[in-house]
Ligand binder design. Structure first.
Ligand code: SF4
Length: 356
């Protein structure tokens, strides 16, 4: 798929259209049910699901579902055109005991029958899939399976002790698609063995699999993990904030141009998790910084394609909040492109950028 649409406008002036992820930010409502570490073969070297989700890792499925029932009891049924999604996150859903998975799927069936949810997803590992479990998900109302791939790179997977290689990761993605389910791919840029080049290669491989969505979780160092020990020993260093913004900005632009939504650019804020961090690229405006970098990258490519100083850049209104980056750090770069404030306009009805 081409990154750009070239159009001849009035007087033969060429316009370049490109995507900015505008549609992708219109997220539907998701109701998360966290199952921290449930079904996981061990605690992965970087993972602190309990702190990340703010949930007690020793809580059983019955108690988790009872809380979820209480939380969803007052939800009104979805009206025409509305959607609401139930999401089983935080563990390895396809490897939890069969009776626990049955209880989760029964809960989903009830919510669907009552019209309180219209969609459902779960997260799991690429090496915890079998044809029968995928059939079970598909037959019981799961629409989308998110795979914690982390990387497709053999060396990175080995150094991070994931227990599968790149081939198995690709196989897991294909198995989800072959079962008629939508695929979500989670990547962990900056994990051991993952350079920006490896990550961008991972993103390209993920996009080739035609996923319904991607998530990027820049690798952080939470206390209590193996990664924390490696960090203290000096055998692991996370990416800097600058490296992260640059690499994820490029990756986000790749996803925008492929029209694949990136539904997370960093771990969601959670006080206990943030308090436990020893190191890593964490910033309250990280998502906006990455979007700003992606937009600058897309505009730079489009200006090069146009081959002259642009007269005007029309952007979707949703870009207004992050255009110039954190505290205007990218303003100079926009000026160098010939796109000072007087030449950039925002349009609330636009869902693509238009450069002329
Ligand atoms: S990374 Fe995934 S498989 Fe590993 S412990 Fe965390 S939730 Fe479980």
């Amino acid at each position: 798929m081409s990154r750009f649409t070239c159009l001849s406008g009035q007087n033969g002036v060429e316009h370049i259209r490109f995507r900015t992820g505008a549609k992708q930010r219109r997220a539907q409502r998701i109701i998360p049910v966290f199952l921290p570490f449930l079904g996981c073969p061990g605690h992965c070297v970087f993972c602190a699901q309990d702190r990340q989700t703010g949930k007690n890792a020793s809580q059983g499925v019955a108690s988790i579902l009872s809380e979820a029932r209480a939380a969803t009891a007052l939800l009104a049924p979805c009206g025409p055109g509305q959607s609401r999604e139930l999401a089983f996150y935080g563990g390895t859903f396809t490897a939890i005991p069969a009776e626990d998975r049955r209880a989760c799927l029964d809960f989903l069936a009830t919510l669907r029958q009552e019209g309180r949810v219209t969609l459902a997803r779960c997260s799991t590992r690429p090496d915890a899939l079998s044809p029968s479990v995928l059939d079970e998900l598909s037959a019981n109302g799961i629409d989308l399976v998110e795979l914690g791939i982390q990387s497709f790179n053999d060396k990175a997977l080995d150094l991070s002790r994931r227990g599968y290689d790149g081939r198995a990761a690709m196989g897991g993605c294909r198995a989800v698609r072959d079962a008629g389910l939508k695929l979500g791919v989670q990547l962990l840029p900056g994990m051991p063995g993952c350079s920006p080049e490896v990550f961008l290669d991972d993103v390209r491989r993920a996009l080739d699999l035609a996923p319904a969505c991607l998530r990027f979780y820049p690798c952080l160092v939470p206390e209590g993990t193996t990664l924390a020990r490696w960090f203290r020993e000096g055998s692991f260093s996370p990416w800097t904030l600058e490296e992260t913004v640059r690499a994820l900005g490029e990756a986000l632009n790749l996803a925008w141009q492929a029209d694949v939504p990136v539904i997370r650019l960093s771990v969601a804020p959670e006080p206990a998790f943030d308090a436990s961090l020893l190191a890593g690229p964490r910033h309250p405006a990280l998502g906006a910084m990455i979007q700003a970098q992606a937009l600058l990258t897309a505009a730079t490519d489009a200006v090069a394609r146009l081959g002259r100083t642009p007269r005007r850049l029309l952007l979707p209104r949703s870009c207004q909040g992050f255009l110039y980056g954190d505290r205007g750090s990218l303003k100079e770069r926009w000026l160098e492109l010939g796109l000072g404030p007087g030449r950039v306009v925002f349009d609330r009805n636009a869902d693509q950028a238009d450069l002329c």
